[in-house]
Design a protein around this ligand. Structure first.
Ligand code: IPM
Ligand code: MG
Length: 384
């Protein structure tokens, strides 16, 4: 690419972002699920162990929502086709017909999907996760990490549509020696994620919100994020606001004397990606965490681990651990207004995985199947 071509490309990228900002400014408020008389939950199994574990989470949802499914208030819909085979055949991150079905739902429960990478057997289509977050404008990636015995109760609000991810595949290679990528921050994009973090703190009696950036180096975009953070913080005088740089924050999550003091943490996309894996690992592994992707109109709840193709190859998918997708299902229940059921499910997950461990998963035939584990969870819920 010569400089003139690069300029042209840059102009087009800027124009697309300005259009996106106009759309953000025109968007409405969050859906009020409490007052909605028909809610459609779409279920996408995804790839690898996805269909198997997602099916177990769906059984639990059907069990907990039985009455409202019978009355017709809740509808659970299986959505076929969000598979790597179909995405590869159509060369689409999300096949258009599948996206259309997804958009007819209110919320989505989604199993892990394969993200092609250089050198594997798949064409280099964009990650389905990233594409869905952008298509459905799911700007808040909400990832809780709780370790009661260590006094840890963290709530991460990761910006989910901007930063390095907004136009991550649109970087330019000028010549053999020079490549440039872009990172994006918009004012409405910063406003809405930061406000969502403070609102979460306020609604849950949390007293501290922490911003994490690298604004000392990435001065323009992270600088805007941080300035916006302190401006919005003024609207919440009862909540303590502070900020850390990402490097020292990754260290502080390991600092036993300080880490339990963090409560709500809000951060740009890439830092959020990295630090939520670290936090999940502290909790017991990335497979133990749930993840909610929330927008004003849609929301999507997913397991944060991968699709474990090796387990499927070895015929072990019936032994896969469904905990992460079940945790995502609990977040889904909470989001659509079933707080009590969500809390019960979370408690049952904790009892089954930590306190009682009457049924144990080993990932192979030496342990329980995911179905037996889901039965154990439902049995535990029924006693709460
Ligand atoms: C996550 C994942 C995704 C991301 C990948 C699979 C594209 O790491 O949800 O954190 O980078 O956001
Ligand atoms: Mg990640």
């Amino acid at each position: 690419m010569n400089i003139e071509e690069a300029k042209e490309k840059f102009t087009a990228l800027v124009e697309a972002q300005l259009d996106r900002i106009a759309a953000l400014k025109a968007e409405g408020d969050f859906v009020d699920y409490k007052n909605k008389d028909h809610i459609i939950i779409g279920v996408c199994g995804g790839d690898g162990i996805g269909p198997s574990i997602t099916h177990q989470a769906e059984r639990i949802l059907r069990y907990l929502l039985k009455d409202d499914i019978e009355s017709g208030r809740i509808e659970i819909r299986d959505i076929e086709g969000l598979t790597i085979e179909r995405r590869a055949a159509e060369l689409a991150a999300v096949p258009p017909a599948v996206l259309e079905e997804i958009k007819k739902c209110d919320v989505i429960l989604k199993g892990p999907t394969t993200t092609p990478r250089k050198g594997d057997e798949w064409p280099n289509v964009e990650s389905a996760n990233v594409a869905l977050r952008k298509e459905l404008d799911l700007f808040a990636n909400v990832r809780p990490v709780k370790i009661p015995e260590l006094g840890i109760d963290w709530m991460f609000y990761r910006e989910n549509t901007e930063g390095g991810y907004a136009i991550g595949k649109e970087g330019v290679t000028i010549n053999d020696d020079l490549c440039i990528d872009f990172t994006v921050a918009t004012q409405p994009g910063c406003d809405r994620i930061i406000r969502a973090a403070f609102e979460n703190a306020k609604a849950n009696g949390r007293t501290r919100v922490t911003a994490v950036t690298k604004a000392n180096i990435i001065k323009t975009t992270d600088g805007r994020f941080l300035d916006t953070f302190y401006k919005i913080a003024e609207e919440y005088p009862d909540i303590q606001a502070d900020d850390w740089y990402i490097d020292i924050m990754t260290a502080k999550l390991l600092d036993e004397a300080r880490r339990r003091d963090f409560q709500v943490v809000v951060l740009p996309n890439l830092y959020g990606d990295i630090i939520t894996d670290e936090a999940a690992e502290i909790q017991g592994g990335v497979g133990t965490a749930g993840s909610a992707n929330i927008g004003k109109k849609y929301a999507m709840f997913e397991a944060i681990h991968g699709s474990a193709p090796r387990m499927v190859k070895e015929g072990r998918e019936i032994y896969a651990d469904p905990s992460s997708i079940i945790k995502a299902a609990a977040m889904l229940l909470n989001h659509i207004g079933y707080q009590e059921k969500a809390e019960k499910l979370e408690r049952a997950l904790y009892i089954c995985s930590t306190e009682e461990k009457k049924v144990v998963l080993t990932g192979r035939s030496t342990g329980a199947t995911s179905e037996e584990y889901a039965d154990y969870i439902m049995d535990t819920v029924s006693k709460l």
